[in-house]
Write a protein of this length. Structure first.
Length: 139
């Protein structure tokens, strides 16, 4: 059985896997902070449901919550997102190198065209006209 490790990277990707949580984070981009009720407004779900999503984001370290009186405000924290970006960058380099190698292979002139093949002649010869129409059932 595979053991689940509760690493920060695992929590980050688990939090980002949900479209509602990604939408909540998108609202926070470029803003200092927003109240929970402001964040919940565009969603057709209850406030407790939004709070559960915010709990997951907070546990992953993607948001920070502060309470002033009865108002809870959320702010974006970029640290875990940077760790995820660094992890993804390794694979981006891998795939870029692989695609560069594929491109170089395709651009090589390692297989010259066969002069005997019809496709290398430049154009295909004209088709012969079809013969006269055959007998039909009614004739």
């Amino acid at each position: 059985m595979v053991k689940y490790q509760d690493s920060a990277l695992d929590r980050t990707f688990a939090a980002l896997a949900d479209p509602t949580r990604r939408a909540l984070l998108a609202q926070l981009v470029g803003r200092r902070s927003m109240s929970v009720s402001e964040l919940a407004q565009p969603f057709a779900m209850s406030l407790p449901a939004v709070m559960k999503h915010l709990d997951v984001l907070s546990d992953a370290g993607l948001i920070a919550r502060t309470k002033t009186g009865r108002t809870v405000a959320c702010a974006l924290t970029a640290g875990p997102m940077q760790e995820a970006l660094d992890w993804l960058a390794r694979y981006e380099r891998f795939w870029s190198e692989q695609l560069d190698r594929l491109s170089a292979f395709i651009e090589e002139d390692s297989c010259p065209p066969n002069p005997a093949s019809p496709s290398s002649a430049g154009s295909t010869p004209p088709r012969k006209p079809s013969s006269a129409r055959g007998r039909t059932r009614r004739s």
